[in-house]
Design a protein around this ligand. Structure first.
Ligand SMILES: Cc1cc2nc3c(=O)[nH]c(=O)nc-3n(C[C@H](O)[C@H](O)[C@H](O)COP(=O)(O)O)c2cc1C
Length: 243
């Protein structure tokens, strides 16, 4: 499957809808700040020149529905799924979307590395707080029927990526979305995807610097079940990647 990966406030319905005509099977909305702590962190991130990280948790579920409607009205024939990437500090925060009926996939964000987000205990900080991360997974399992995705960043200093994968493996998580982050290199770490794929039965969506069909194919050859793109979508055309 081909996936549009999260890009915070950029990934609203208007931005995402065109990709329904570019061979994309999963569109990710957000990431959204879904509690007060991540909202405050978003404000701080915006001061630090990342304006796209301001999203307001008030009326979150209705806002997500509005974006989904924009996409579906634009292309009623599209059969893909909609995911929402969610930044939170605790399992309780996910209550904000329990009643949503339009979303297909809830993606827990254990990925964002902005300083304020991590200081709040959200995003990449969850990779070092497995207890909270797994409580989030449990909360979604118990209270919703969404497919669950966990978005992680690979190769984070002080984090054993494979151990995190093993911990998640025992839960009914449908997608493991892995940023094959390769510090200092402008190409993904294909090897880490290969190692992850060899120890899990979860559907692995892999990304990082996928800018061509060749890199897309290489990611699949290394064991990814699906590939996602983010930055390459900013110019509006990813059909050359997902040909
Ligand atoms: C402007 C921007 C905003 C992003 N916001 C989010 C986010 O809110 N949540 C998330 O999990 N990843 C976020 N990402 C990370 C992307 O989803 C993706 O994992 C990363 O950029 C690597 O893929 P790429 O090389 O195709 O861009 C963001 C990336 C960019 C460029």
């Amino acid at each position: 499957m081909n996936v549009l990966s999260a890009m915070a406030g950029i990934n609203d319905g208007e931005f995402c809808k065109k990709f329904t005509k570019q061979n994309v099977d999963i569109i990710t909305l957000g990431g959204y700040n879904i509690d007060l702590e991540t909202f405050k962190a978003g404000l701080q991130n915006s001061i630090d020149d990342r304006q796209e990280f301001i999203t307001c948790p008030h009326h979150l579920s209705e806002d997500i529905d509005e974006q989904i409607n924009i996409i579906k009205e634009y292309n009623p024939n599209w059969k893909g799924k909609i995911s929402a990437n969610l930044r939170a500090v605790s399992a309780d925060s996910f209550k904000a979307i329990y009643k949503n009926t339009q979303l297909d996939i809830a993606e827990i964000n254990a990925h964002c590395r902005q300083k304020a987000t991590q200081e709040a205990g959200a995003g990449q900080a969850l990779l070092k707080d497995e207890k909270t991360l797994l409580e989030m997974v449990e909360a979604l399992c118990e209270n919703t029927t969404f497919d669950i995705s966990v978005k992680i960043r690979a190769n984070v200093e002080g984090v054993d990526t494979l151990k995190i994968v093993e911990s998640i493996e025992s839960y009914p998580v449908k997608y493991l979305h892995v940023d094959a982050f390769n510090p200092g290199v402008d190409e993904p770490d294909y090897e880490i995807i290969n190692r992850i794929a060899s120890i899990t039965n979860i559907h692995v969506i892999a990304n990082n610097c996928i800018t061509s069909h060749e890199r897309y194919q290489k990611m699949l050859d290394y064991g990814a079940s699906s590939v996602s793109v983010a930055r390459a979508a900013l110019d509006g055309d990813i059909s050359h990647i997902f040909q």
